[in-house]
Design a protein around this ligand. Structure first.
Ligand code: DMJ
Length: 648
């Protein structure tokens, strides 16, 4: 185009009129804005992050603020689904929450859901070859990286088995002699088979089943790892004797669990579900493949600890090792229940690799927590991975705090009762919890309130209901004069949690229940009324049964089975429900992987004899994956304590 100078009209050297120049500039700036804006709609945020975000080592990242969290909480009050991640912490963070963080969320889910609609079979067929190739690449990575974290994989499995006091599967797989209990156990097994078969038919290889729409869900909690329901189910299928299903699961892990993913994962979730699931599958079956896989994965988690204090951040890119704090976590902090729930798995990673690095990482966390000053002896939920100081004083035995306490007592038990530091920290924490959080309602119900800088919030989350089980497994090793007290406390909490179930129309418990404004063990807010197939109440029934043999716990477990069958079972699997108080339920279309790994496993154990995964030998991680007690002296010596009179 030629620009001509017109007489009497001012123009630039290029021969443009002022108005033309203006329009041209306007057009240019519009174009620049459009291109820049378009970057944020790219499907993969990783490239963007490389450009705009700093790496762990170089810059502590501060994302979100307390106000953000409050704002999200407010929004969540209108939308129960929105709140899930926050209230279900134990580090568990929903897709929606991730979207609230400073960076664009990974959008694989959206892409995949489209595929699910039409071409699932095709996708599985086309992916299977490349997945197999990359699955075997994982193992090459392990051997070449043996100079790194994984130095020695010559763990002696036979010797390990000899160091167990009892056979893992007991006499006849824990079959109860009483016919009614056996029948109930069979029912639970049928539920597992039903949940599994539907996952297999409609969501194979995805992370969870969406039972109403009959497709798979991937989400973005696991950094591109797939098959969460498969890895979470391995041990449950195995202990139930569902061997065809277990073999399918094993084959998938071997050929298709691709560990070379490059997405952003929750360190906590990958650890409890994938590392925990693979570890327990290895210890139960002796299949070397599980060990090789877990070693590769374990090594990928190590960069998360590269912070000034060694306290890991919540999110890690499994490919690059870059890590971030959650966008919703106060002032770039790490979450107590996340960095405090690595100990059991990391100790076992060191055991299997004969490389102390994993234990060093978690012992460093322990050291910091032990040393730091604690308000009233309590552990707040947010800690800065940069300064090593608490970021704010919110204390909870439910979401955000919960499994940290669980892992203290379980670390002691898993160490064959040699880890005195864990023991001391656990009982002191429990003392502080009793002094500051444990309350009795006017109606006589014991509950654990939350603490906000000295002010009590009279609310107990469903997640906090695991604490009945925690207190009872620690009762025996407490001060002799407190043992009965701990048994009573555990029974009272479990009773309260049962009340939260029995006071609802569905006989399933809400996400959180309150003890104020006249409420007793009931949810007063709409946003707290949902139930997402969580295990914690049933988990406490199982431990209470094992340690007291009071038949009421089996009865309560059976009530839960009936309620699950009536309200959560749909044509193609099990689904959470949106309101436990509604007579006519509305389903949330999600079969969580912890339903297969925890809820159904704890129910099955509740109706089994105690010799199925005996508590003398096994400690359950927070996703219910059994990990063996580490008997150092036996493992390092000649000895073996296996009771030869019993069989498997
Ligand atoms: C599970 O993933 C684990 O129990 C975790 O510790 C908390 N949330 C779910 C179950 O509710």
């Amino acid at each position: 185009m030629v620009f001509r100078k017109l007489p009497g009209v001012s123009a630039s050297g290029m021969g443009l009129r002022l108005s033309q120049k203006f329009v041209f500039l306007l057009f240019l700036s519009g174009l620049v804005t459009l291109c820049f804006g378009a970057l944020f709609f790219l499907p993969d945020s990783v490239r963007l992050k490389r450009i705009f975000l700093s790496k762990t080592e170089s810059q502590p990242v501060t994302v979100g603020s307390e106000n953000d969290v409050r704002e999200h909480l407010k929004k969540g009050a209108k939308d129960p689904e929105h709140l899930r991640g926050i209230t279900s912490a134990k580090g568990e963070t929903s897709t929606k929450l991730k979207a609230l963080s400073r960076k664009p969320a990974v959008t694989n889910e959206a892409k995949t859901d489209k595929k699910d609609a039409g071409g699932e079979a095709l996708e599985d067929m086309t992916l299977s070859r490349s997945k197999t190739e990359s699955a075997s690449k994982d193992e090459k990575v392990t051997s070449s990286s043996n100079q790194g974290a994984n130095t020695d994989t010559s763990f002696d499995y036979n010797k390990f088995k000899k160091c167990l006091l009892k056979p893992p599967l007991g006499i006849e797989h824990g079959k109860p002699s009483d016919p009614q209990t056996l029948q109930r156990r069979e029912k639970v097994k049928e539920m597992m088979k039903f949940a599994w078969d539907n996952y297999k038919s409609f969501a194979w290889g995805k992370n969870e089943l969406r039972p109403l729409t009959r497709n798979g869900h991937i989400g973005n909690m696991f950094g591109g790892l797939r098959g969460a329901s498969i890895v979470d189910s391995l041990d449950t299928l195995y202990i139930m004797g569902l061997m065809d299903e277990y073999n399918d699961a094993k084959e998938w892990v071997e050929t298709s669990l691709d560990l070379n993913s490059n997405g952003e994962a929750s360190l906590f979730e990958v650890n409890i579900r994938y590392v925990g699931g693979l570890l327990s599958a290895y210890y139960l079956t002796g299949e070397e493949m599980f060990k090789r896989k877990v070693m590769v994965l374990g090594e990928k988690l190590l960069p998360a600890f590269n912070t000034p204090t060694g306290i890991p951040r919540g999110v890690i890119n499994l490919g690059s090792g870059t890590s971030w704090s959650w966008g919703w976590a106060s002032a770039g902090s790490s979450i107590l229940a996340e960095f405090g729930t690595l100990h059991l798995e990391f100790v076992h990673l060191s055991e299997l690799s004969n490389n102390g690095i994993y234990t060093e990482k978690v012992m460093n966390i322990r050291k910091l927590l032990n040393k730091i000053e604690k308000p009233h002896g309590l552990y707040p939920n947010f800690l800065s991975p940069v300064s090593g100081n608490w970021v704010q004083h919110h204390v909870s035995i439910g979401g955000l705090g919960d499994s940290f306490y669980e892992y203290l007592i379980k670390s002691y038990l898993m160490s064959d009762k040699t880890d005195e530091e864990a023991k001391k920290m656990y009982y002191s924490a429990l003392e502080a919890i009793e002094a500051n959080l444990v309350q009795k309602s006017p109606g006589g119900l014991t509950y654990m309130a939350e603490w906000r800088g000295g002010i009590l919030d009279h609310k107990m989350g469903h997640l906090a209901c695991f604490s009945g089980g925690m207190v009872v497994i620690g009762a025996d090793d407490g001060a002799p004069e407190k043992r009965q007290h701990y048994l009573d406390l555990a029974a009272e909490i479990t009773h309260t949690c049962h009340e939260s179930y029995s006071r609802s129309a569905t006989k399933l418990g809400p996400e959180a229940f309150r003890f104020d404004g006249g409420a007793e063990a009931t949810a007063t807010r709409l946003s707290d009324r949902y139930y997402i197939l969580r295990p914690e109440v049933i988990e406490s029934y199982m431990y209470m049964w094992r340690l007291t043999h009071d038949p009421k716990y089996r009865e309560w477990g059976w009530e839960a089975v009936e309620a699950l069958e009536q309200h959560c079972r749909v044509e193609a699997g099990f689904s959470g429900i949106r309101d436990v108080y509604a007579q006519t339920v509305s389903h949330d279309n999600m079969q969580q992987s912890f339903f297969l790994s925890e809820t159904l496993k704890y129910l099955y154990l509740l109706f089994s004899d105690d010799d199925l995964l005996p508590l003398e030998d096994w400690v359950f991680n927070t996703e219910a994956h059994p990990l063996p007690v580490v008997r150092k002296s036996c493992l390092q010596g000649e000895g073996g304590t296996h009771d030869k009179t019993t069989s498997e």
